[in-house]
Design a protein around this ligand. Sequence first.
Ligand SMILES: [Zn+2]
Length: 334
Amino acid sequence: MDKFEDVDYWKGIVLYGLNQATYKIALGKTILELASQDKEAVEWDHLSKIYLDNYIERLKTNYNPQQSNPSRKTKMERIIDSLNKGLIDFERAVYSVGTEAFNDVVPRFQTIGTDKDIVGEKFYHFDFGKKLYLHDATFQINETSKQELTDELDARWSLLEGAFSLAHGDFKLSNDVRDVYLANSYTRTNITGNIPFLQGYQGNTCFYCGERIGDKDVHVDHVLPRQFIQHDEIWNLVLSHSICNMNKNDALIGKHYFEKLVARNENIMGSNHPWKKKIADALGDNPIKRNKSMLYHYDNAKIVLKNNYWENSPHYNRETDPFFKRLITKLNNR
Ligand SMILES: [Zn+2]
């Protein structure tokens, strides 16, 4: 086998392999910076801080998408959005980076393509959540080629952002929309408690395919994806099979499902259940207002989710969907 220099391995890491996000590039920059600080054993908090600083700097001047799927944002973007909105402070942001953003990138960084054996632990090893230990090879390449490697990382970062931008469309507009939802966001609540309530208004059938759901397979799903809507309000929750839930994933649903959700919510409003007040508060106190509010959210979801669209479950047919045949649906949606 040919003899390669340490710097060749480093370049292999940075330049090859499919990157679905920019995590690896940011970690490369972080590691070189730590080497310049002459740190051999790096506290996890310090690692997190330098990594966060890299993203803050990057997103400050020209904010481009940091991963390929247009309906999602990276953990790092979400942390920085929360920080910018004043929802968390800097210390909390550093903590979130250390506990939530490193799960993939720190263990996988030293990989060329999909092969972990080529590089091994040439540049560092780590004790997850505690310390990262830089190895001699890292100090050596930083000493001889720092500028070149930093430039290469920056170029690679731009290249990825450019590729991701193509899939994202109008990223600026979509960020503005997301910001509105983020401002009213709250952390995930336990939504399985809503199952009996939802069963009452939906029957024991899956919202997406219309077929019966077995007791062990009931899933509560956010019709407009949680990642976008940022809340667990009842008007946006339905029951589905786990498989239908998975197929839909975090995509934008077809208009017919939107209409079905409107009708389902009117069923709740037509009842005397105390939770109908929650829906009236969130969407409006008459059917026209509620329809308008929901359309507003659906249109916003279109802007953010774009071409990540899911028409419907393969077997779904509105004409035969038992939901629309129920008396309660007919009565409440005249
Ligand atoms: Zn289903």
